[in-house]
Design a protein around this ligand. Structure first.
Ligand SMILES: C[S@@+](CC[C@H](N)C(=O)[O-])C[C@H]1O[C@@H](n2cnc3c(N)ncnc32)[C@H](O)[C@@H]1O
Length: 307
């Protein structure tokens, strides 16, 4: 049950419980998104990453490492040719995966962990492969352009980045923004020309058996960056990010008002079965939490970013 008044520690322990439930889902193979989308996509690219420098951005819960662990047989003798870098802004998450995957990490060529937000790290054409698994939805509209810029700048010419994320929030993920794949692609295109990077999109709709739609964006870096600074392009990219975000905010306002109308109706009808109203109440609480988070970013909108 949602509770607006709970403390930060309560929230953390609630998430710890979710993490354990998620681990069980993955192990039992109930989780379709993990086994039918994430693993095949990453394993398809793994052939490319042997002998290479790989950076796992938002390495947090260790999805990539858990895949490598599960496929050690196929990768025999290859892991020590991967130079693995894990970046995460939370030290606690890094510590956890360092200890959880200790044995696996020993097989890589001197793995490194960096505890910093990716938007603050200035890598220049250093990696063959950049992975962003379920990470982008944690990036706010103020920073999304810098994050995408840094990801692409960090790629070597010929390198690839794979971004896998959700297009809708799953229940319980209130402090996040489910970026549309169209928004991500438009932001990238406003910073870099097609000569510099090529982008391919794959969408996995709900009809594939998923509870939420997912997307996978593959970026190939084709040429060196053509200049030192991209300040003007980043301003344009920010405007695009806010345009998409504003639409999302307005849609949430509309959705909550529809739920309220339905709720008023339901609560005025004499019903012996309260299930429908209970669902709507939960739905309403869900949307209110989202709206609260979205409003925080809307209030930081400045007129400089209006188109
Ligand atoms: C939902 S978790 C996904 C973790 C992992 N990639 C996986 O799929 O298991 C997102 C992670 O991104 C990290 N993160 C969020 N914003 C970040 C940023 N700006 N820079 C680096 N890491 C960030 C969070 O701390 C968290 O560990």
């Amino acid at each position: 049950m949602l509770d607006n008044t709970q403390s930060k520690d309560d929230t953390i322990s609630e998430w710890d419980k979710n993490a354990e439930a998620r681990r069980r889902q993955i192990i039992s193979k109930i989780d379709i998104s993990y086994h039918q989308i994430l693993v095949p996509t990453i394993m398809r690219l793994v052939g490319d990453i042997r002998k290479k420098r790989v950076i796992d951005v938002g390495c947090g819960n260790g999805a990539f490492l858990s895949m490598m662990e599960g496929h050690q047989e196929d990768l025999k003798g290859s892991l020590n040719r991967i130079k693995y870098f894990g970046v995460d802004k939370k030290e606690r998450n890094i510590k956890e995966i360092e200890s959880k995957y200790k044995e696996l990490l020993e097989q890589f060529e001197s793995p490194e962990f960096i505890c910093k937000p990716i938007e603050e790290i200035k890598y220049h054409e250093e990696f063959d492969f950049v992975l962003c698994i379920n990470f982008l939805h944690e990036i706010n509209p103020m920073n999304i352009s810098e994050v995408l810029f840094n990801i692409i700048r960090s790629l070597k010419v010929g390198g690839k980045a794979e971004i896998i994320d959700m297009e809708e929030l799953s229940e319980g993920e209130y402090d996040c923004i489910p970026w549309d794949s169209d928004a991500i692609i438009e932001i990238i295109a406003s910073i870099f020309t097609e000569e510099i990077c090529e982008v391919q999109l794959l969408r996995y709709e709900k009809k594939h058996g998923l509870s939420i739609p997912l997307y996978s964006i593959l970026i190939k870096k084709k040429e060196f960056l053509d200049k030192e600074t991209y300040d003007d392009e980043l301003i344009d990219a920010k405007k695009i990010a806010f345009r998409f975000f504003k639409k999302k905010y307005e849609k949430t306002v509309e959705e909550i008002s529809d739920i309220e109308t339905k709720l008023k109706f339901l609560l005025n009808v004499d019903r012996s079965d309260g299930k429908e109203s209970t669902n709507e109440i939960l739905n309403h609480m869900n949307k209110s939490m989202q709206l609260k988070n979205f409003s925080k970013w809307m209030s930081r909108w400045t007129s400089n970013w209006e188109e």
